[in-house]
Design a protein around this ligand. Structure first.
Ligand code: MRU
Length: 394
């Protein structure tokens, strides 16, 4: 069974489009899909992190509006003039953009979708209906393109690791050599339309029979590593080990050259290569540099924000203190069984009254990044600087 965080049914003669997402607040213990029927529901699902991960956020937002627009078409609701349809779609896209601030993929998708609707209004036979339909086609395209982009990212990343790391070169010469990779947060099928970015690289390494073990860090406070990445690795039967975030240094000291690389995703890569990603990414990059382990960012070009000069200009989302002071999960009996039918319990783990700072992301300076793996190839620094111009030439 292929893991699918986003289930989308295009319109048929009988019904308008429909969107369901895997509720990631329930994972790993409950597999529950929830319907996203309009923009308000998408906004709430993104804010509450029922769906998360930069590409998935953008796709769910775009498709939720496709569902809303599709229902209006099916109900033969008057959409007014082509200009009105464009304005109306633009207004709802701007609202969706306010759900979470750090990942650029959503604003990138919105700008592209606005161009589509603008162009549609300029067609000779334009009508409000044709503008709405052009929007739906473009939003649906994003879902399809994301999976193929991720597969390409996976292949480029795996090849780079084989050619540029000590473990990769040794493994190529002698298939019995160990090659391990550490990843952070969740960047897999649950964070994208499918396959994943950094986790896509791990999947590709595994398919090429190069990977002996993946390590995933717990990713406090929201535990995307232990809940979601671990779930995907177990699902795909990839040999994998979970560590807490504070164990990364010990892992690097212990494994030495066998740990080929740290591969992470990104929420926004600035023009100079500074990269915003899940909190804890920067510390992994510092540790990797200290231990001589390659540090790679895997991200589609939609995550590269050439309008943001450096990491200093990236807005970092801060989330509720309770994500740090409480944990949620099913009860475990004294003999180790999960009590799933009673739902989740929330447990307090911090002193009442303590102040909390909970930034969801940090910024890793370009200096610490060895390469940015995109769907069209791996960008490395030239004379110490990233230049992403070459990957935007098509
Ligand atoms: O807060 P989240 O879970 O949305 O954060 C996700 C990350 O930081 C991912 O690494 C990033 O979005 C890339 S997902 C392909």
């Amino acid at each position: 069974m292929v893991l699918q965080a986003i289930q989308y049914e295009p319109a048929s003669v009988k019904s308008p489009p429909a969107l369901r997402i895997l509720d990631q607040l329930q994972l790993p213990h409950r597999t529950e899909y929830v319907t996203v029927g309009n923009c308000e529901e998408a906004h709430a699902a993104i804010k509450q992190m029922k769906v998360r991960g930069a590409p998935a956020i953008a796709i769910v937002a775009a498709l939720a509006l496709a569902v809303e627009v599709g229902k209006e078409i099916a109900a033969a609701k008057s959409l007014g003039r082509p200009e009105d349809a464009k304005e109306n779609i633009g207004y709802r896209l701007d609202y969706l953009k306010t759900s979470r601030p750090t990942a650029v993929n959503l604003s990138d998708a919105i700008s592209k979708l606005k161009i589509v609707t603008k162009k549609a209004t300029l067609e000779p036979e334009a009508s409000a209906d044709s503008v709405a339909r052009a929007y739906i086609v473009a939003a649906e395209r994003m879902l399809v393109d994301d999976v193929s982009d991720n597969k390409a990212i996976g292949e480029h990343g795996a090849r780079w690791i084989e050619d540029n790391t000590v473990a990769g070169k040794k493994r190529k010469a002698d298939g019995s050599q160990q090659l391990q990779v550490l990843t952070h947060c969740n960047t897999g099928s649950l964070a994208t339309a499918g396959y994943g970015t950094a986790l896509g690289v791990i999947r590709s390494l595994r398919s090429a029979n190069m990977l002996t073990r993946a390590y995933c860090s717990e990713t406090r406070p929201y535990n995307q590593g232990s809940r979601l990445t671990a779930y995907e690795l177990v699902h795909d039967e990839i040999p994998a080990t979970l560590i807490t975030d504070s164990m990364a240094c010990a892992l690097m000291s212990k494994e030495g050259d066998r740990l080929a690389a740290v591969v992470v995703g990104a929420d926004r890569v600035a023009a100079n290569g500074d990269t915003a990603n899940k909190i804890g990414t920067h510390s992994l990059a510092v540790l990797a540099r200290h231990h001589g382990v390659k540090f790679l960012v895997a991200a589609p070009r939609t995550t590269i924000d050439r309008d943001t000069a450096s990491g200093r200009d990236i807005i970092i989302e801060e989330r509720a203190p309770e994500e740090v002071t409480r944990v949620k999960g099913p009860k475990v009996t004294t003999d180790g069984r999960l009590v799933l039918d009673e739902g989740s319990e929330v447990v307090s783990t911090a002193a009442i009254g303590i102040d909390v700072w909970n930034p969801a992301f940090d910024v890793t300076p370009a200096e610490l990044i060895d390469g940015v793996i995109t769907e069209v190839g791996v960008v490395e620094k030239l004379a110490g600087k990233f230049d992403f111009g070459s990957v935007f030439q098509d």
